[in-house]
Design a protein around this ligand. Structure first.
Ligand code: PGA
Length: 322
């Protein structure tokens, strides 16, 4: 056993863990930014050191052998312990340096970068890589463990993730200021039936929430146009093409503009919430843990800002279950 331990390298074990996780040499190579032959050679050498096969190819699929499964458990434990040790060292040094990978859903880009500004000022040694994408792609990124933390409206419906709800996401109805309903109070939602609406793309959390609310109230709206961007929707509303339901976050910069009017529709703002999550099995880096704490703490004070000035007397909680 001593000779085995002498021969194994951490590099090989790290590669093995990724191969065993993805059950694919190609995907592991991509995720680790290595070439496929490098991964294959390392896996071959590792199996030779151990003297037993770790992987088994049946048809096109790769499986772990019994010893392969055992080794995966060893790797997890080992890298967990090393990560804990790394955190301890960083804490003792009192420094927070390294990379932070964030996966963020489209509408969250209106507030996450602002929080990042303050975070990076506090921890100048942190490099941030932020990927803004739609829900479907974000869930794929979560599945393949591409980022440290993910921010989205609705958590996935399985419990393989650690999830925490934070800050309110109020959805409001906007219209051109010349619209006949602008300035009216307590507009019944059914009054919107037949109105032309500009919609976000399929799969958007905002769209799902508004559709389910209108459906629940038997209010059938007319979809005038589908636009894959909050910004394009605001411009189209200002241009008189129709009404829209958007997150109040997207309007923060236009608060005092006279190009858009917020309608006082019963049930609105619909109160959704943001969620931050990461795979349950993942051990967060010191930097990711620090950002998570920062996000939860700072956003607690920020939510109120987004609610200021909204007609809350008849707002509705939206759980995101449709
Ligand atoms: P979006 O919003 O998908 O409409 O950008 C996020 C959400 O509310 O889930």
């Amino acid at each position: 056993m001593v000779s085995l331990i002498k021969q194994l390298t951490l590099h090989q074990l790290r590669i093995y863990q990724e191969v065993a996780r993805c059950l694919s040499i190609t995907r592991a190579a991509e995720n680790l930014h290595l070439t496929q032959p490098t991964v294959s050679i390392q896996m071959k050498q590792l199996a030779e050191h151990i003297g037993l096969p770790l992987l088994e190819q049946v048809g096109k699929r790769l499986y772990l052998t019994e010893v392969g499964r055992e080794l995966l458990g060893v790797c997890r434990q080992l890298f967990d312990d090393l990560a804990k040790f790394e955190m301890l060292v960083s804490d003792l040094q009192g420094v927070k340096t390294g990379q932070l990978h964030l996966g963020v859903i489209t509408t969250a880009k209106y507030f996450i970068p602002r929080l990042l500004g303050a975070f990076c000022e506090r921890y100048p040694g942190v490099d941030v890589v932020m990927k803004v994408t739609n829900r479907q792609r974000l869930l794929q990124r979560l599945e393949s463990n591409e980022d440290d933390l993910y921010v989205l409206g609705e958590p996935p419906d399985h419990d393989n993730v650690w999830v925490e709800r934070f800050m309110v996401n109020p959805l409001v109805v906007i219209a051109p200021p010349t619209h006949v309903l602008a300035g009216q109070s307590s507009i019944p939602v059914t009054r919107l039936a037949g109105e032309a609406f500009l919609m976000r793309e399929q799969g958007s959390g905002t769209r799902r929430a508004m559709e389910s609310y209108f459906r629940e109230h038997g209010c059938s709206i007319r979809v005038r146009m589908e636009l894959g961007s909050n910004e394009a929707i605001k411009q189209a509303v200002a241009g008189g093409l129709g009404l829209a339901v958007l997150s109040a976050h997207t309007l923060a910069l236009e608060k005092n503009t006279d190009e858009l009017a917020m309608l006082d529709v019963e049930g609105f703002p619909l109160l959704r919430h943001w969620h931050v999550m990461y795979p349950r099995e993942k051990r967060l880096s010191v930097v990711a843990r620090s950002f998570l704490d920062f996000l939860l703490q700072e956003s607690a004070g920020l939510g109120g800002q987004y609610l200021a000035g909204l007609p809350l007397s008849h707002s509705r909680e939206n759980t995101g279950n449709h």
